[in-house]
Design a protein around this ligand. Structure first.
Ligand code: ASP
Ligand code: MG
Length: 468
């Protein structure tokens, strides 16, 4: 059995869905379990409708929904010709629209969009796209059945960033999967969304449908977790910054995790976690070029060699430095800092400590001011804003001859505010001015990736992709 997850651009219209149906058709012998995310932009538009409603702009909220639903209606009309199936899908669209209108009214009266209500908006994106795909597969005489993820994807109650309760997910999903397997039908379910024990819809964080696919794959011991997107795989750099990045043929779980954490958008970072636990390979494939070999992420890594794989970046971060007011130990200082960050649900993506003070990097969240204010209770705080992280990822990069020298020579015209090196075998990260980030990425890419590289590692791609 394999998991096939399709992202929003792979399902954005009837033509894209027809292509997806053919891809699934070509892999039927591998017993696919299908995971679908919302059609392109749907999640953003549902969020926008919720926000417009909360600011009292009911008409605009409903117009936003109407436009989104028109796209779904067009898809249904183009894809589904069986009369009963067509009528049923249009009825589902109609009732979903009315439910959303009801939500808009409620939110506009309360003038508040809570995370719980936002999730109630969000879930329609995946619920509808997955129904359309299931119907399109049936039209092609593929025995597919729509499966509501509320049957198994039980999460905690942290709306908009819920985490799966793995024991329950495991029990329920195993039960739910049996009838599908015995009947030889193909389940088509939703990524991204889950449900609390009390039956409230939740979501697991933006872009998390890759994570859903991996959770399902791990529970069901899939042979392969396939993430189908709109690029050839994981690249040596962002094609929007570097003109000729190459595709990386294979990465380790650790490298893929570091890359997605530090800004590569192809995979949600959490995707690697369930796959690591059960040691299931992840493939990234391009649904526009299904013949391309994609990128393979596995536990295998050649530990004897040093191989640089990619340069990633993260923009708009801040560096916060804290000089403690009382000279308590570093251990205590970090305990204070972390408890404040945890309270605001923030994480430090890089840290450094000297005897005198401690620094860390975090995303420029809206609650930054509140965090700074609390940190001022324990020390003198200084903040460097408008910074960015550039991060080189690879296998055993410490063994790369002249690595540090070559990296720093490449970006020597820029001031470096912070460096992190050594915590993992696979990454060196540095903080510089946000506006210097694209050029720094280009220079590092030129230094390490643009001379003829190992053909076993990289592959030239067609350079006309948008980033996923
Ligand atoms: N549709 C959701 C989002 O846009 C989840 C996903 O696509 O992974 O965030
Ligand atoms: Mg994605």
């Amino acid at each position: 059995m394999i998991i096939m997850k399709f992202g929003g651009t792979s399902t954005q219209d009837a033509t894209a869905v027809t292509n997806v149906v053919e891809i699934i058709h070509s892999r039927l012998s591998q017993h696919p379990f299908i995971v679908i995310s919302a059609i392109a932009q749907a999640t953003n538009l549902l969020e926008l409708a919720g926000k417009l409603a909360a600011s009292g702009r009911v008409g605009e909220a409903n117009d936003t929904l109407l436009k989104l639903f028109e796209r779904h209606y067009t898809m249904v009309d183009n894809l589904v010709h069986d009369t009963a199936r067509h009528r049923e899908l249009r009825a589902v669209l109609g009732s979903s629209f009315r439910e959303l209108e009801g939500l808009v009214d409620g939110v506009s009266i309360l003038h508040e969009l809570t995370p719980r209500t936002l999730d109630a908006f969000y879930c329609y994106g995946e619920l509808l796209s997955s129904r359309i795909i299931a119907a399109a597969l049936q039209e092609r005489h593929i025995p597919a059945e729509w499966l509501d993820s509320k049957e198994f994807m039980i999460t905690d109650e942290n709306f908009t960033r819920a985490l799966p309760m793995m024991d329950l997910v495991q029990t329920r999903l195993n039960q739910v999967a049996v009838p599908f397997l015995t009947a030889g039908t193909i389940p088509v379910t939703q990524g991204f969304i889950g449900v609390t024990l009390a039956g409230r819809r939740t979501t697991m964080g933006r872009e998390s449908s890759d994570y859903s696919a991996s959770i399902i794959g791990a529970v069901l011991h899939a042979e392969d977790i396939q993430i189908w997107t709109d690029v050839d795989g994981i690249l040596t750099a962002d094609p929007q910054v570097v003109t000729s990045p190459k595709k990386i043929k294979a990465l380790s779980f650790e490298e893929a995790y570091e890359l997605s954490y530090f800004g590569a958008k192809v995979l949600h970072p959490n995707t690697m976690l369930p796959a690591i636990e059960k040691n299931i390979p992840i493939h990234i494939y391009n649904s526009r070029r299904p013949q391309s070999s994609g990128t393979l992420v596995t536990s295998a890594s050649d530990s004897r060699q040093s191989l640089l794989k990619s340069v990633a970046y993260k923009r708009n971060v801040v560096v916060i430095n804290v000089v403690p007011r009382t000279r308590f130990s570093q251990y205590m200082l970090w305990e204070h800092i972390y408890s404040i960050l945890t309270k605001y649900d923030s994480v430090a993506s890089m840290t450094t400590t000297s005897e005198y003070s401690s620094s860390f990097v975090m995303d420029a969240y809206p609650n930054l001011q509140a965090i700074i204010h609390e940190l001022e209770g324990i020390g003198i705080v200084s903040v460097l804003e408008k910074k960015g992280i550039v991060c080189v990822v690879g296998t055993n990069i410490r063994q790369q001859p002249f690595l540090v020298d070559r990296i720093f020579r490449s970006v020597s015209q820029y001031g470096i505010a912070m460096i992190s090196y050594g915590a993992s075998k696979s990454n060196l990260s540095m903080v510089l001015d946000d506006e210097a980030v694209p050029d720094a990425v280009r220079r590092i890419h030129l230094e390490f990736f643009e001379s003829p590289n190992d053909e076993n590692l990289f592959e030239e791609i067609e350079h006309k992709h948008a980033s996923a």
